[in-house]
Design a protein around this ligand. Sequence first.
Ligand code: SAH
Length: 620
Amino acid sequence: MLLRGIQTTCAKLAGVGVDIYGNLLQNQDHDQCIADMNTLNVTVTLFLVATIVMFLFDRGADFKVANGNGKAGPSASLVQKYMDMGFAEEIVLKAMKDNGDDGVDSLVELLLTYQELGNDLKVDNGFASGCVPQTVDDSDDDDILGNWDDEDAGGRSTRVANSVDDSGDEDFLHEMSHKDDKIDSLVKMGFPEDEAALAITRCGLDASISVLVDSIYASQTAGDGYCGNLSDYEDNSYGGINKGMFMDGNKKKRKRYGGQAQGSRGPLDGSADEPMPLPNPMVGLSLPDQWPRPVNRDLPSQAMGPPYFYYENVALAPKGVWTIISRFLYDIQPEFVDSKYFCAAARKRGYIHNLPLENRSPLLPKPPRTISAAFPRTKRWWPSWDTRQQFNCLQTCVSSAKLLEKIRVTLTNSSDPPPPRVQKLVLEECRKWNLAWVGLNKVAPLEPDEMEFLLGFPKDHTRGISRTERYRSLGNSFQVDTVAYHLSVLKDMYPQGMNVLSLFSGIGGAEVALHRLGIHMKTVISVEKSEVNRTILRSWWDQTQTGTLIEINDVQTLTSERIETYIRRIGGFDLVIGGSPCNNLAGSNRHHRNGLEGEHSSLFFQYVRILESVKSIQRL
Ligand code: SAH
């Protein structure tokens, strides 16, 4: 492997070797390199020896340059040296980071391996595309740490693979090394690495070490079942438009909910917000087939249904977001659930609702919880060194064919099993992109119908639109089994059926959940901007439902007058359900991740406005 890597990069190495090593490689040009393997081997050996000797000498002076945290890191000149040898800067940085203190020879080996794998991997994996894959740790039982950028960001944004965001590549590399530095500093101070990483997830990469330390202490004292807090260290001001839009409601709401059932929430700029607990494991208030934990949930009278309401968004939103969402929804605490407890793919979401908690029941049959059970055909090709049991959060975009081919070629040319470093790189990509093994050394993204299956939709639910649109719509949707479990309590309450106001309906995750629960939908007023999504929902409705579906394009056009007209016509809504777009809440592009102030995410306030309007009209 090493030799092959050397062969493919020898032209660069030899060419630059003239400058760096003088006579040593002076007569070794590219053609000779290809033509004369014996000479090459000797030359390469000499090159490596020279490299090792040189860097062993250099190391003391050059490698150990203390950074601000007292941590030794690569010096700019050392990075430059490797760059002069023909390696790209990001490859050098990544290799140095991954190599740690393993020595120069293994660093050189790593560089050569990355040179072969890495350039394409990096370009393909979407760091430059703005399409953010998730990162997940190796363990099967707890992936909370790895899912910051992701994830679970996963989904709800409308990023498309291969769209170009120039900032992504550099941002990622910078963030990666910055994050590692911070984790190292905290580990040196005696904190466990996973706690350190989680603190960064909670507080953000820009948080100072002292803030991170505070956060770890806070999480350690947060009590049973909680690994930490969603911190509110940053200013949570949600800015002009939302304040303006909601001015009257805000004032009333502070009076109504501030200091009541769930405690005082402080001023609206978020500066005094309590941290929001992020549970670990992320199992919500109960799971099927488990004894429900006793939950002390006193809903304020203003929050009681009917109408029932159910609001959903990504769990790992920026600091302060869930605190504000909760404040606007009667101070009800979010129920954070990872759908990996319901199906074979993770999906971390927060749900705020006023539904009863007793007598929940799951959809049957229960979906398989492991990849091998969900897709038995992949078992045959799954290498033993890929220990994934579940997929990560299903995203709105997929990997490129080029990456898949690169992985196949690399593995075909590797030993069996491949060297650990190749395994690591391939696994990283498999996790990022939810790749499945579909042939010998052959991985592929999930097909849209496989995503439909994992998410609890009927087969071909999204068929008939472009693949890109299918991935986008599915990546944004509810996981039906999870949502249905929460909604199941409505079945006995509404034997004659329900009237539903479905906001941000997407491809109808809520409607499919109610249908699969056997709850009749007398009328659904569905508000969804995307025509493609509306068509999917309409087509499913016409095939499966006998009730009435009324479609509206934009939540902003659903005025109080219109709501009143509908309420008079149908006799009132029993359920107001929806998850507003999370484009400004999720993803690793921090420029767009500006919380509820963002253009899309501020639509949350439309949910609140409409819910308030329904409640006040139905109170009359
Ligand atoms: N719960 C849905 C997905 C919600 S994603 C499902 O199960 O499929 C958020 C949805 O909000 C997207 O489908 C998006 O098209 C829609 N949306 C965005 N802006 C909107 C607006 N102004 N009015 C109505 N819908 C909107």
